[in-house]
Design a protein around this ligand. Structure first.
Ligand code: GA4
Length: 346
């Protein structure tokens, strides 16, 4: 069982290590139209678990349409937004993230990404005219899903795996458990550089799925954690997508790819809107290191689990918990086979 790392908080999470970070733009940028993309994506997943993609072929109109629908929704009066139903886990959420006391300066819509679910929930989100939101969300999601599968196939190729769709098929199955989240980080009135510099929008965490694909408007706030624990701000770029390796891909690659820890800081003046597609496998899918990725003399670092088992433990955890710890083989932890921030920090 996963044990909560901290008692439930009624206040906003605070960042203990706040210090002004310098502008760093060393984040890998992958041009999906270039032949070296498959090599570079593997490198980025190994070094950062994170990269930005350009030339992604997701139509800009799809992005703009859905973002403007989202802005319309978030501008509604609170009681109307609440009619979308509380996010437990799907629906409209305000400040509360997940079921275990995490809180952020955020409101959001969390949905399953399949068209039928989107269509049912569009009714409660946009009661009067759900069609526009529904078609905007479905166009966006299907196009982003195609790009995600292309990236997963590049990763398989780059890793030298014969079965090109070994990862992408997990997202293509009808039973795949993919989610879609639209976050709105309103300007945070309390942020005054000297008094309260550190109220957070979305606390540090890794994503449990295989891969996450994020688009945001041009407002900063997203940060990723490097292997040495340094937080690096990700300069926003609304013409690109940002890709996160999730816990499940870390396991499938036996720790070769790193599930990236990330967080979102608040902005004192401007609203940030982000849209994230989470690529998850079917509930009964077994998650374990791919045998072709276990080199001679190497062992599997993780116990096999189904996505359903992992999800159950995820929903018992707090955002900042290291959820993979419970699925790691003891030897792996004892031998320090993984980077110390995976084993020792929690
Ligand atoms: C993090 C990634 C996705 O946003 C999410 C989140 C989920 C939720 O908001 O309901 C969780 C979080 C996320 C991991 C730990 C649990 C569950 C909130 C939380 C405290 C939708 C997901 O799949 O896991």
């Amino acid at each position: 069982m996963v044990v909560c790392s901290k008692p439930a908080l009624d206040t906003f999470s605070l960042i203990n290590d706040f210090k002004p970070t310098t502008f760093v733009s060393g984040i890998p940028v992958i041009d999906l139209s270039k032949p070296d993309a498959k090599i570079l994506v593997v490198k980025a997943c190994e070094e950062f678990g994170f990269f930005k993609v350009i030339n992604h072929r997701v139509p800009i109109e799809f992005i703009q349409k859905l973002e403007s629908e989202a802005v319309k929704f978030f501008s509604l009066p609170l009681p109307q937004k609440e009619e979308a139903g509380p996010a437990n886990p799907f629906g409209y959420g305000n400040k509360r993230i997940g079921p275990n006391g995490d809180i952020g300066w955020i409101e959001y819509i969390l949905l399953r990404s399949n068209p039928q679910f989107i269509s049912e929930r569009s009714l409660s989100i946009f009661g009067e005219s759900p069609e526009v939101f529904c078609s905007a969300a479905n166009d966006y999601i299907s196009s982003v899903r195609m790009m995600t599968c292309e990236i997963l196939e590049l990763l398989a190729e780059g890793l030298g795996i014969e079965q090109r769709n070994v990862f992408s098929k997990l997202l293509m199955e009808e039973e795949s458990d993919c989610l879609f989240r639209i976050n709105h980080y309103p300007p945070c009135p309390n942020v005054q550089p000297l008094s309260h510099p550190n109220i957070i929008g979305f606390g540090e965490h890794t994503d449990p799925q295989i891969i996450s694909v994020l688009h945001s408007n041009n407002i900063s706030g997203l940060e990723i954690s490097l292997r040495d624990g340094t937080w690096v701000p990700v300069p926003p770029d609304q013409s690109s997508f940002f890709i996160n390796v999730g816990d499940s891909l870390q396991v499938l690659t036996n720790g070769r790819f790193k599930s990236v820890k990330h967080r979102v800081l608040t902005n004192g003046l401007k609203s940030r809107v982000s849209m994230i597609y989470f690529g998850g496998p079917p509930l009964d899918e077994k998650i374990a290191p791919l045998p072709t990725l276990i080199e001679e003399g190497e062992e599997s670092l993780y116990k096999e689990f189904t996505w359903c088992e992992y999800k159950k433990s995820v929903y018992k955890s707090r955002l900042a918990d290291n959820r993979l710890l419970h699925f790691q083989k003891l030897r792996a932890a004892a031998d320090g086979l993984q980077s110390p921030d995976h084993i020792l920090k929690y």
